[in-house]
Design a protein around this ligand. Sequence first.
Ligand code: DGL
Length: 257
Amino acid sequence: MDNRAIGVYDSGFGGLSVWRELRRHLPDESLIYLGDGKNCPYGGKDREQIRCFAEEAVARLVEEGVKMVVVGCNTATTAAIDYLRERWSDMPIVGLEPAVKPACLTTKSRRIAVLATEHSLSSDMFLNTASRYASDVEVVKVVGRDFVEIVEAGEEHTSRAEEAVRRVVAPLRDSGVDRVVLGCTHYPFLRELIERELEGCDIEVIDSGAAVARRVEWLLERYDLRADGVQKPLFDFITFADEEYRQSLERKALALL
Ligand code: DGL
């Protein structure tokens, strides 16, 4: 048993989609959410820069006394997960990978689309996962242009969001894909719009949130790190940006419950 918190990290608001799944699946666990905010968006930046941001973030969570870190960001995972696991080898670190595997196992058309940031889609990790599970499945790679900026601005329910989603997603309607994988943790905040755009096409939208929560649960069991269920869990929010940003993280998280 271990009542220390689990640290969850993202470039900004996106990892809150993972935070929500962790709260649902593991209600006794305390969570410290770090939304960088200062360096967001990561998606167009180079690997070394993103690795440095991720290192700073995990160091901060370790300072806060967490027992485990969930890198709730596909981009930071692709850029830094091996490095982070080497540096903090005594602590479980969970990364985010686009749900290419379940999409490949269930596609009937043998064609899937992965929506993610530019960095994630060009990373070795993505290419390896795609070649491992998708050798006989065609993977259409699509960058969710402006999606992260829209979510960071809290504009998910605006015409700007509708237009951006239409621009990116409409071409998938007749592309022959029957699975669309959300490979960036900001994108589930636009899920409703994405699904609306794909209405009537028999295309399933998949994200990794629930799978990550199951993986975290498995690791908690494996290393005997579960909270005792007696102490009330605490939920903290921290950032490298300003207090206003920190408060908006907290508000957005609470609105998800
Ligand atoms: N939420 C992120 C991801 O999962 C990062 C997006 C960004 O900062 O560009 O990829």
